[in-house]
Design a protein around this ligand. Structure first.
Ligand code: NAP
Length: 498
């Protein structure tokens, strides 16, 4: 515990919580020694229903008496915060209040029934407050991210400082957004380890910088499932600070996107990135959808319009990948002394591999620029449906390697072939790449895919999925803030991260 405390200090914690019920000690003097040697302000707690208590096989009465003994010691030693469970609060709180010098008393309770209503939590808050505690603490099991909303509501009900935590992956925002709603404190996990529902302390300090969050902070986030892999938080949070915009961007592990928008409908939930698998369902949640996103049938960005609160959907993937391809071709044209006032994609054969979300964005973008679009997809029916939507042509996946109607074509991979952990794979053989003037790969993990490496080796212009990622993020940031995005700054972060 002392070693963990040192680590917490190094990582920037203001205080630590010491679960004495987890400690194995033969005599209470060992607890006294620990508390005397603490190197940070502490909360001392002793949970009555913890696994350690039951593994010792103690009866409830013995556990309660041990708990009160430890907490009394903490009060005597003037520990900053002493936490007592509601179950025994009335047995000990008067005694603690009389004996304390500087210790603050926290009374806590754990609700493990899942999906608590505002009414039920309100009654619990009233009960916790009636103990006369200095601070109260609510730990709640949640099933969906929407179950965290009643927990946020408790901050407005509460007359004393409140600590609230929703447990599990879907409760993570209770910690990240806690400071916005007035949480007395939030928890972080040590050593960069991820504990479901707890952000690593290092990310609280370095990415989210929660000390800057206040009631006026606008909330943004990425709606996805899974969401843990998203690079959005490490990009958008520093960009908000860089531009002086009071915003926070958090991972939102959402199961039902429609319900999410219904529950988090206040103006402070200002904008969202939308990821797998919600891009299509999110279209139906918007009050208005940008025409390009509508034709693609997917939104990757949703903004709550400040003037009337309506949800507006956009797709920044499409322009991101198409402009990345165009700019690379223009650059080559300039180097060759060529001048063109039309899109360099216009009239070109555009070979698209994949017909999922990224494939749809590329197909509509290429069609809008006047390319002749040919679609290859493992599932041929999907290729046919997309080809019809963009007046292109679908061809059997097996013909991809031999397809060569002309030279100087554009190849865009929007399938996940070549993505980690299968980075030794490629959708098109090196021999077939000679027919292409430019090769784009939407896959960005790894940054340098086998497809791009081999395309460069045969002399094609190569455009990486990382470039698409940067551009779609810049597009989102502009929509989020209604202004400009710090392009150089964001570009630098993305290229450092990938
Ligand atoms: N750079 C960026 O900003 C960006 C943005 C979005 C996506 N991406 C990347 O683009 C890729 C596709 O993403 P998505 O959102 O379009 O996913 P998606 O909607 O799930 O589509 C996946 C596509 O990959 C194909 N596919 C999967 N496994 C395959 C295999 N073993 N052989 C052949 N084809 C296979 C699928 O074909 P079937 O239809 O036959 O299943 C489908 O066309 C991913 O690697 C993703 O990371 C990058």
């Amino acid at each position: 515990m002392l070693a963990s405390m040192e680590r917490a200090k190094e990582e920037g914690a203001d205080l630590v919580e010491l679960h004495i019920d987890c400690m194995s000690f033969s005599h209470i003097s060992e607890v006294e020694q620990l508390l005397n040697q603490r190197t940070l302000p502490a909360i001392v707690s002793f949970r009555l229903n913890s696994a350690s208590a039951s593994s010792r096989g103690e009866c409830k009465t013995k556990t309660k008496s041990r708990c009160l003994q430890i907490l009394r010691l903490a009060v005597q030693l003037d520990v900053e915060f002493v936490e007592i469970d509601l179950e025994v609060a009335f047995d000990g709180i008067a005694d603690f209040m009389n004996a304390r010098s500087n210790s603050k008393i926290i009374v806590s309770t754990y609700v493990n029934s899942g999906r608590p209503s505002t009414e039920k939590l309100g009654n619990l808050i009233a009960c916790l407050q009636s103990t006369g505690a200095d601070v109260i603490k609510l730990v709640v099991d949640v099933v969906y991210i929407t179950d965290v909303a009643p927990v946020f509501n408790m901050f407005t009900h509460c007359q004393v400082p409140l600590i609230a935590r929703a447990v599990g992956d879907r409760g993570l925002i209770s910690q990240l957004l806690g400071p916005k709603f007035g949480a007395f404190l939030v928890w972080g996990s040590l050593g960069g380890t991820s504990i479901p529902g707890l952000p690593p302390l290092l990310s609280i300090k370095q990415v989210y910088k929660l000390e800057h969050i206040n009631a006026s902070t606008k909330v943004f986030g990425v709606i996805s499932n899974p969401v843990g892999h998203s690079k959005g938080p490490v990009l958008h949070n520093p960009a908000f600070r860089h531009t002086g915009y009071n915003g926070i961007y958090v991972p939102l592990l959402v199961d039902d996107v429609k319900k999410f928008f219904r529950v988090y409908s206040c103006a402070d939930f200002a904008g969202f990135s939308v990821g797998i698998p919600h891009k299509e369902a999110a279209v139906g949640c918007c009050d208005e959808v940008d025409p390009l996103a509508k034709s693609i049938g997917a939104v990757n960005t949703v903004i709550r319009r400040p003037t009337d609160g309506k949800l507006i959907g956009y797709n920044t993937d499409c322009e991101a990948c198409i402009t990345a391809i165009e700019d690379a071709m223009r650059e080559r044209q300039v180097a060759n002394g060529e001048v063109s006032h039309t899109s360099p994609i216009a009239g070109k054969v555009f070979v698209l591999v994949g017909a999922g979300g990224a494939g749809r964005a590329l197909a509509f973008g290429a069609k809008n620029r006047g390319a002749r679009v040919f679609i290859f997809n493992r599932n041929f029916e999907r290729a046919k449906a997309l080809a019809q939507a963009v007046s292109g042509q679908a061809l059997p996946y097996e013909r991809l390697d031999t397809f060569r109607p002309e030279n100087g074509m554009i190849l865009a991979n929007a399938s996940s072939v070549g993505m980690q952990p299968n980075s030794d794979r490629t959708p098109v053989s090196k021999e077939a790449l000679g027919a292409y003037n430019l090769v784009f790969d939407a896959v960005y993990t790894p940054r340098d895919t086998r497809l791009l490496r081999e395309a460069a080796e045969v002399g094609a212009i190569v455009v990486s999925g990382v470039e698409m990622f940067v551009r779609q993020a810049l597009g989102q940031f502009k929509l989020f803030t209604g202004g400009l995005a710090p392009e150089d700054f964001m570009r630098r972060i993305v290229y450092q991260q990938f």
